[in-house]
Design a protein around this ligand. Structure first.
Ligand SMILES: Cc1ncc(COP(=O)(O)O)c(C=O)c1O
Length: 434
């Protein structure tokens, strides 16, 4: 049953619990960096002070037990054995750890969708150049039904017999939910290792159950949707791979793949390797429990958060689509949307061709974002996909519909103004000569 927040979500909640958010800004992009409630930030700073109070005792005697407690909390959240759960700085690091420590051989194939997150795609490129790994790309052009996506992967798995497949829970840009549960099953069927980039998952997707899903590897940022302060992601590794996965940097805790441990030591093999691999802050890890408690006590629980954010995202998406005369990017089941929704931006209406935007997307978004930051103090990430420009909005418990009204009007004004913009004129002129 869904609980109730202590004060209504929206502006009132923002004023009371997200005091750090500038009064003059309109945040509609929670998905990129997340946001922590003020009380959790206070706890985070308390944790930092706790370390500085007696650093020797903190590092020698405290971090290990605290770390195990955090693993237990997140293990409960993910419905899996806590011994499989460790923490790293972010999802990019987690994906790097798996890809750069798994003992691939030259010629091993790794399957990725064309929508792969840029940083993770680059890690695959690195493996290709350094070790002769062969990337196999699955072309995804949305809108797509989940079944169509699975068929594409099925075909590639059959043809290529890859070693590993890397895929998201929710794609970054455009911000679309991915059928990761079905793809894990497919990986199992074809004996392909599954590496789930769940950068957007804990706190966003309900009912995560890794105990049942049983991927080989999974990561989720906790600093995006769980309200944990920046620099905290979970890395889940199935026990059968523990001995092959090493910390980054390799550190005091290193054990060669071939080292065997007695039964008791083997239970904490992963946690013992990852709980200390160099001096760093543990403040984010140490407030995971506070963030989970805040969600229960102050927000009314996971379902209350989820209901509010999903419904607001949908309403906001419809608002923008109506305003722009376009639509939300979704499929027949509506399974692509979450608390992040992607809406088509009618660029042609603003006298800008999609070809021009694609020609130098970096220059184009610089123009748009600079104006949004400087003149409107809001930000909607945009991307080109399948020949269209899309805007991604995120909904959070501190948002309400008026935020999206303002942010979309700002983007509209910026795009309308581009035809009078000198820099844009220069770009357009250069483009027309091509
Ligand atoms: C799908 C996906 N993977 C990885 C990341 C990287 O997250 P981080 O910068 O915290 O490593 C993101 C960030 O938005 C993402 O959307």
């Amino acid at each position: 049953m869904s609980g109730q927040p202590i004060v209504p979500f929206g502006k009132q909640f923002r004023e009371k619990y997200f005091k750090e958010l500038g009064k003059d800004i309109t945040p509609v992009n929670h998905g990129s960096y997340g946001q922590s409630p003020s009380v959790i930030l206070d706890k985070y700073f308390e944790q930092s002070k706790r370390q500085y109070h007696y650093p020797d005792e903190f590092f020698v005697h405290k971090i290990y037990d605290d770390y195990k407690n955090a693993s237990k909390l997140v293990g409960d959240f993910l419905k899996c054995d806590w011994h499989n759960v460790v923490f790293v700085e972010n999802a990019t690091t987690a994906v790097n750890i798996i890809l750069r420590s798994y003992p691939f051989s030259k010629g091993d194939k790794i399957v990725i969708p064309t929508t792969v997150y840029g940083a993770c795609g680059n890690t695959i490129k690195f493996l290709e150049q350094r070790y002769g790994i062969v990337p196999i790309l699955v072309q995804l052009k949305y809108p797509l039904e989940d079944e169509e996506i699975i068929e594409k992967f099925d075909k590639v798995f059959k043809q290529e017999s890859p070693k590993l497949c890397l895929f998201d829970t929710v794609i970054s840009m455009p911000g679309l939910r991915f059928p990761f549960e079905k793809l894990v099953e497919l990986c199992r069927k074809y004996d392909v290792l599954s590496l789930i980039d769940g950068a957007h998952s804990i706190g966003l997707l309900p009912d995560l159950d890794l105990g049942t899903l049983k991927p080989d590897f999974y990561t989720s940022n906790l600093h995006k949707w769980l309200y944990v302060p920046t620099g905290c992601a979970v890395l889940y590794v199935d026990p059968k791979h523990w001995h092959k996965i090493h910390t980054m940097p390799v550190s005091h805790s290193y054990l060669d793949d071939s080292v065997t441990l007695d039964e008791e030591e083997e239970k904490t093999r992963l946690i013992d390797r990852f709980s200390f691999y160099g001096t760093k802050t543990y403040s984010s890890i140490n407030v995971i429990g506070d963030a989970i408690q805040f969600r229960k006590d102050i927000c009314g629980g996971e379902q209350a958060i989820n209901d509010y954010c999903y419904s607001l995202a949908k309403n906001a998406g419809q608002l923008l689509a109506k305003k722009w005369g376009t639509s939300i990017l979704d499929n027949s089941k509506g399974s692509l949307s979450s608390a992040m929704v992607t809406i088509e931006v009618p660029v042609e209406k603003f006298g800008i061709s999609i070809k021009f935007i694609q020609q130098d997307f970096g220059a184009f978004i610089n123009l748009v974002y600079n104006k949004m930051f400087n003149e409107y103090k809001t930000y909607i990430p945009i991307s080109v996909h399948n020949g269209k420009l899309y805007a991604r909005i995120s909904a959070q418990i501190y948002n309400e519909l008026s935020d999206y009204e303002y942010a979309s009007s700002s983007l509209t004004e910026v795009l309308e103004g581009l035809s009078d913009n000198k820099e844009c004129q220069t770009l357009l002129a250069a483009f027309s000569k091509l």
